[in-house]
Design a protein around this ligand. Sequence first.
Ligand code: AMP
Length: 547
Amino acid sequence: MKGMMMHRPLLVSEILEFGAGAYPNAEIVSVRTEGDVHRETYPEFRNRTVQLAHALKAQGVELGDRVATLAWNGYRHMELYYAISGIGAICHTINPRLSAEQLIYIVNHAEDKLLFLDTTFVPLIAAVKDHLPKDLRYVVMTDAGHMPDAPYEVLCYEDLLAGQSTDIEWPEFDEDTASGLCYTSGTTGNPKGALYTHRSTVLHGMMMSVMQSSTFKEGASVMPVVPLFHVNAWGLPYSSLISGMNMVMPGPAMDGESLFKLMDAEKVFSAWGVPTIWQGLLGEIKKQGRKPEGFEDVVIGGAAAPRSMIEAFEKMDVGVGHAWGMTEMSPVGTHGVLPKWMDDEPFDVRVDYKSMQGRRCIGVDLKIVDEEGNRLPHDGKAVGELFVRGNTVVSGYFKNEEATAKALDADGWFGTGDVAKIDEHGFMSIQDRAKDLIKSGGEWISSIDLENVAMSMPGIANAAAIGVKHPRWDERPILVAVAAEGVEQPSIDEIRDHLSSHFAKWQLPDDIVWVETLPMTATGKISKLNLRKDLADYTHPELRESA
Ligand code: AMP
């Protein structure tokens, strides 16, 4: 028997109307490419979004059309998120750090109709424009007074909005209609498009508000440093409006000094981003001898948060939430909020738990499997490939039958390509990307674990562990590291000594290679692929000796 409750489609426009109506004083504060700080309240944001929706219709944008954005975190990018999806078109966010080749591929693959870009990216498009669709039109996200001299025809964002009505009857359509498109930054092959629906986006937004309920206090300020141009800024564009948080957008200025200044001025309570961003902020905190005023919560994800980073934040009373997810998961899958019963655990035990990637979010199922696909127990010991299932997980890839055919296992679970263990409380610990695990003498070594402990040494600012060829053991681990400024560089023996309390002898790295910087991917992770290419001529010390 079916229940007798109304069925209203879950639509992104509902979040906008809810946020603007429920929290009239909440603000979106943005550092602009124009150089100043802009403020608008949620109702002002809602009205401008409605004007933009009318402007898009006037430009001929229809249900299902793709409209691309190439922009920093700011209020106009937020307006695009809601206006494009609100009228039933698809907001295609483009990561400006992709290679020219990948950018050309995805704009052509998505068949974007309009492309909105920040002034910063006008030259980037000029360089590739000849390879983009001929009928694609460009809108620069600024006002008439700041329009750059573009070497191609461009429209002006504020001119499009001017004079448009602030009244709208948002269209209603099926909740499974596509609302957003984000391409993975896959290091091999062409990027693959995750095509979100209104339903998955609304559910993910609500899920994130629930997961953050202990820190998402209405009227407090949250700062997404995680970009709106990739992985939906971890759902913050939606969860902030659901919970009534002020949003503080850093724009292009994401170095430690700029972030500190903005956080201090806006009393940012909760800040979200990848570990490399927080390395910069921690450096500035050290320099200033204090943390930014009002800063109490940091969410770290996108790559494993080093234990030393978690300790540093926790010691200054900034609570760390360690989150894990993927483009294909909207993107958040697990989140490391500790339960109340862990309040009295010693500091080190709490940091142990925070170093893991947390527990699954409501609506996300996790399983780990062995090489034959058999489920492994959640006992904190068994390590296997991680599969996920849920309403916020992709069921395939946009216009890519080959990748779609490979995405799910026979039971309909999505293979993440990550290797993990899960303990009896549900805490998940990512061990590696499957392809980055180091296999020595038939036994696996987690590169993430090695990196984590190595980075707790004062002389090491950043580290990556990779496997190199070895005639007897197949592969042996080595460390590639960036030295910390002003601290003596440790020797390989000192490093091995430091690591030996955490690892078995055979797991210790055989060598260390010092580098100026580590290669990064477009999404702020260490690029092991490029690192291996950089070290193509490297030979293991034993081979050097025998040569
Ligand atoms: P992306 O689709 O760009 O968000 O990349 C997703 C991948 O980033 C995951 O499959 C993981 O390999 C990695 N990742 C994300 N968050 C974490 C985390 N907290 N710890 C370790 N790896 C992570």
